[in-house]
Design a protein around this ligand. Structure first.
Ligand code: C5P
Length: 205
């Protein structure tokens, strides 16, 4: 069984994907980390994430980055969004994600284009969403917990900018697959969102 979980930043898709993987004993891939690793490598080289050639020079990034705390930070997120708009970068990361999705026994992947591009054959496709303001509140609270004091307005502006870039790009834009089920987490607790996701998986399998 392949479960595809897509959605914008801070929608809850990562938490939901991890919970589903645990529940069904499936391996999980957070595909955003691949783009983050490329973005962070470009930044550390002093190169420009908006330049496709610079980004391509970073697609064979060091896997040790997966343990780097900065990978989950906002700088890496912004650079990820920039490098992920380049078609060559997306193509370079495609096989790795497809292979993960098609391993025997199945997998859970979360990202932006899992249901549309990486695994259109997935048995279950969830598109997780929440209003920009609510996602910004979650991200703001998380940043504060980690000791990083950015203003709420800045976080909201960042979320809107990332949404716009992810939705507007020509290659694999952020959008629900035609056969995806929408899950709006705006007014759901984490537990309630997970329960809803489990019910949707059970209904589809
Ligand atoms: O999900 P996360 O915030 O870690 O993703 C970082 C960025 O990577 C996103 O803003 C998006 O631009 C890009 N991304 C993507 N396709 C994916 C996963 C992430 O374009 N499958």
């Amino acid at each position: 069984m392949i479960i595809a979980v897509d959605g914008p930043a801070a929608s809850g898709k990562g938490t939901i994907a991890r919970a589903l993987a645990k529940r069904y004993g499936l391996p999980h891939l957070d595909t955003g980390l691949l783009y983050r690793a490329v973005g962070l490598t470009v930044l550390r080289e002093g190169a420009n994430p908006e330049n496709e050639a610079h980004a391509m020079a970073a697609v064979d990034f060091d896997e040790a980055l997966f343990d780097d705390p900065e990978l989950r930070g906002d700088e890496a997120g912004r650079a990820a969004s920039q490098v992920s708009a380049h078609p060559l970068v997306r193509a370079a990361l495609l096989n790795r994600q497809r292979k993960f999705a098609r391993q025997p026994g199945g997998a859970v992947l979360d990202g932006r284009d899992i249901g549309t591009v990486i695994a259109p054959e997935a048995e279950v496709k969830l598109f997780v969403k929440a209003t920009p303001r609510i996602r910004a509140q979650r991200r703001h609270a998380e940043l504060q917990r980690r000791g990083s004091f950015v203003s709420f307005d800045k976080v909201l502006a960042d979320i809107r900018e990332r949404d716009a870039r992810d939705m507007a790009r020509a290659t694999a834009p952020l959008k629900p697959a035609d056969d995806a089920v929408l899950l709006d987490t705006s007014f759901l607790s984490i537990d309630a969102a997970i329960q809803r996701a489990v019910a949707l998986v059970e209904a589809r399998t």
